[in-house]
Design a protein around this ligand. Sequence first.
Ligand code: PLP
Length: 348
Amino acid sequence: MKTSQMAISLSTILLGSVAFNQNAIANAANSGRLVVYCSAQNTMCEQEILAFEKKTGIKTSFIRGGTGSILAKIDAEKANPQGDVWYGGTLDPHSQAGEMGLLVQYQSPNLQFIPDELKDPAKVKGNYTSAIYLGILGFGVNTERLAKLNIPIPKCWKDLTDPRLKNEIQAADPQSSGTAYTALATFVQLWGEDQAFQYLKDLHKNVSQYTKSGNTATRNTARGEASIGVGFLHEHSIEKEKGAPVELIVPCEGTGYEIGGVSIIKGARNLENAKKFVDWALSAEAQELSWQKGETHQILTNSQAKQSPYSLDFKSINLINYDFDKYGASDLRKHLITKWVDEVKLAK
Ligand code: PLP
């Protein structure tokens, strides 16, 4: 039995059930504050933090930043940490933070509701990060804008390099965005590094803007500022639900996916409250809130949580076997991002 599994069983015995645990959260004489660094979509950050504060009485504030940006912030603040818990965003930067010694291990009793294969997803084991959702990478197409250009709807990643799509694509910048790094790592896993970078250079000719966060490219596509936005399909899905003329495309070559993470920051001033927040993030109640009020349709990891009616069926999609240990490693992530900046974004 792995140490993490042992700890989970022990917690299960001690706490009995999640109901007990949730009451414990609600009834404990909580005090103090909590600062959340949030890399999920903004409405989700707001709604989750509001609900947590209401449930626990802990005064909670948050700062929203892309997953890459928050990693850089936590690293810059490591001598004097300002945040307690990092909520949401793609696993790779969380995993890198664990490797860099920026996080604290925490095995929440609610890990008992997370499937075995997702129980301890980061490279360094011991639950420096836990898995709160899954999201599938793809692109959204603004069908009205594309129809005006008289271009058929692209179905494959390679279709996005069609010269007729010049300035019609928005994607995020992998320096700040976890979404964009997921895309970069996906292309390398699909085709190998050389071909992936050739593809990114070809794609670059059609990109009008690299946004800071993945969901900005998504929103801009929904608003008709671009014909195509590379991003997570659960974010395009919310724009479609709100009435935008957007079609969600799972690219024909197959695609990558994210595991959304939650981690406690090393040196957190409010460590006990941070643990309560991780318990909350892994609970069915919090996860359901992400689609009920948080305006996002990712796939939930708590096996007892009711999935959004709009969430995609993970098993029916042609997904790569994303290697989170490899692509969440500090050296490889730094290498791929530096190469992208030098050879794609800033190349003459
Ligand atoms: N918002 C949602 C709903 C997400 O699923 C993700 C990825 O985890 C993000 C935001 C991350 O955004 P960014 O690309 O800015 O790191």
